[in-house]
Design a protein around this ligand. Structure first.
Ligand SMILES: Nc1ncnc2c1ncn2[C@@H]1O[C@H](COP(=O)(O)OP(=O)(O)O)[C@@H](O)[C@H]1O
Ligand SMILES: [Mg+2]
Length: 277
């Protein structure tokens, strides 16, 4: 978006009656610094106007560590897009119980921040929520660039990650765990899951929390979500163990649904990809 677009939309707004109401805010996009905006090229559906308003349409899912909201980013009377806003909790309710296993090998440069994280102070919890949001944003950006089927990451702002909404209307796409599919559809879904795990592995990663709950199925297309804990298979001491767990989680679901798959064979293949052999 050029500066003149910005000025134009602001001047249009100043002649209109649009002001944010309840459950609304000015689009946060204009205030996001470039490195915290999604990778280019920006998708054609993005709304980047400074005259846009974000409207909260409701909660898609309330979780232990984060809540996911449906928002609409729209220029009144013109373009609009629905987005998912994942807001990490910075309070006691968020314990990030497995965090040390995932973050081994990652470092916080500022020692005050490391101490706050260890002590779980209020500042530490807020910091940790922000770190998880930015970790998920970075992972989505990298995975999107690698061609993995993930929601496009629009922006991150402190504890809020805004991404492409996978769904229709106000309904999020169903999780793999809750779909009904015939044998041919299941075989196709399995191939898609293996293909996305290969993309992760070729770049040295495994999801780290892969399960039928973190795979959405949108019109037959598998989209993988919930990637803040993405694991570097080679440098993380639990890397191989986490590849095995991811493979077992998905294989056992597909096996229960009648798809033949061998988790050990998949583990071997993914580890070979990750180690580049
Ligand atoms: N981009 C998205 N589009 C649609 N629904 C989403 C999206 N991201 C998350 N959701 C919904 O929110 C739920 C929780 O999101 P997830 O990232 O798995 O967080 P967590 O499991 O940590 O609470 C998902 O199962 C899905 O229903
Ligand atoms: Mg999840």
């Amino acid at each position: 978006m050029s500066l003149s677009d910005d000025v134009f939309s602001q001047s249009v707004l100043s002649f209109s009656s649009a002001t944010p109401g309840e459950d609304q805010r000015w689009s946060t996009w204009p205030s996001i610094i470039p490195s915290l905006r999604g990778p280019r090229p920006w998708p054609s559906w993005m709304v980047t106007s400074a005259g846009a308003i974000d409207t909260e349409l409701g909660v898609l899912k309330s979780g232990k560590e984060a809540d996911v909201f449906l928002i609409e980013r729209a220029v009144p009377g013109a373009e609009s897009v629905r987005l998912a806003a994942k807001r990490y909790r910075g309070t006691e309710t968020s314990d990030f119980h497995r965090s040390s296993q995932y973050t081994e090998g990652r470092r916080t440069r500022r020692s005050r921040d490391s101490r706050a994280l260890q002590k779980k102070s209020a500042y530490g919890r807020a910091l940790s929520a922000g770190l998880w949001a930015s970790a998920e944003f970075s992972a989505l950006s990298e995975l999107h660039t690698l061609g993995a089927p993930v929601p496009y990451p629009v922006q991150v702002d402190n504890t809020e990650l805004v991404m492409e909404f996978i769904g229709d209307g106000r309904e999020a796409a169903p999780r793999l765990a809750s779909i009904r599919a015939d044998a041919a559809e299941l075989a196709d879904l399995w191939h898609q899951v293996v293909a996305l795990m290969r993309i992760f592995a070729r770049a040295g990663y495994t999801h780290g929390d892969l399960s039928p709950y973190n795979l959405l199925v949108h019109h037959g297309r598998v989209v993988v979500i919930d990637v803040p804990q993405i694991v570097d298979i080679v440098s993380n001491p639990s890397g191989v163990e986490l590849v095995e767990r991811d493979c077992l989680n998905v294989c056992s679901w597909f096996q229960r649904h009648g798809v033949e798959c061998d988790p050990q064979e998949l583990v071997g293949e993914l580890i070979a990809e990750a180690f580049g052999s």
